[in-house]
Design a protein around this ligand. Structure first.
Ligand SMILES: [Zn+2]
Length: 259
């Protein structure tokens, strides 16, 4: 097992007002600016490097890649500001249709500014629909429309996607590759495998939650093998339940339990 991991963040809030504005179902994944700054401090104290978003094929021995999903306003307001201050780079996955629709999301101007500062602005689909619910043609359109829009707006080549809800099939990897995508992030649990990354195979990430404690964060960031094994087991069990219930029912149930 490697000692390389990708961490998955969502919204970051500075105070109660910003926390209240985050949709209920996203709150378990939202963390405070203090928590985020503390994470970066833990990495520094433990000499765990924050890697460049595309450094994963360059054989580093250990380190973390910081990834952020969806496009919340706080990507620009907090994550970018904090990373920029410390000279770090992040990998931000954006659902392109939501940028024009939601005022709690970044604007294209903000994402462009982040791209110019060296942040990687990449694809989280066009509509945030789950790829394994889509037809082949719909999957292809999600990849290509988002890619075109992101390239137009940020000027960066689009090489990476994180699948909304972590949902994908082998078909979607094939379609993505045919459109020039080389990096496929999922929500599967695990450490990054360089050979898999080089072959453009799906890559796991570790999800940061509001409830993630500092000792737990250190286990994630240092790719603690006992921790990864335990989390993999829990994740597989959850996937099995999802499979039995179906996507929609699972998410309604999840909302009912968390909301
Ligand atoms: Zn998402």
């Amino acid at each position: 097992m490697s000692h390389l991991v990708a961490l998955m963040y969502h919204a970051i809030y500075a105070d109660e007002t910003e926390l209240k504005a985050i949709p209920e179902e996203d709150k378990p994944y939202a963390i405070s600016t203090e928590q985020f700054e503390r994470h970066l401090e833990i990495l520094r104290l433990n000499k765990i490097p924050i890697l460049l978003p595309d450094a994963i094929t360059e054989t580093p021995s250990h380190g973390v890649i910081l990834t952020f999903d969806d496009g919340d306003k706080s990507f620009h307001r907090h994550a970018y500001r904090i990373l920029q201050k410390l000279g770090h780079k992040g990998l931000f996955f954006i659902s392109t249709d939501l940028i024009d629709q939601r005022d709690d999301f970044c604007t294209w101007g903000e994402l462009k500014e982040m791209a110019e500062a060296g942040m990687h602005i990449q694809c989280h689909g066009q509509t945030h629909r789950f790829f394994d619910d889509l037809t082949e043609q719909e999957s292809s359109l999600e990849f290509s429309t988002a890619q075109k829009r992101l390239q137009e707006q940020t000027g960066q080549p689009v090489y990476a996607i994180s699948f909304p809800g972590g949902r994908y099939t082998k078909r979607d990897i094939r379609i993505g590759k045919s459109l020039g995508y080389t990096t496929f992030y999922t929500s599967d649990i695990g450490t990054l495998n360089l050979d898999k990354a080089k072959q453009n195979e799906p890559l796991p990430r570790l999800a940061i939650r509001q409830s993630t404690s500092e000792p737990e964060f250190l286990k994630m960031a240092s790719a603690n093998s006992h921790y990864i094994r335990k989390e993999t087991f829990k994740y597989k069990l959850k996937q099995l339940i999802k499979k039995i219930l179906g996507n929609r029912l699972y998410h309604n149930l999840y909302k009912a339990v968390t909301g």
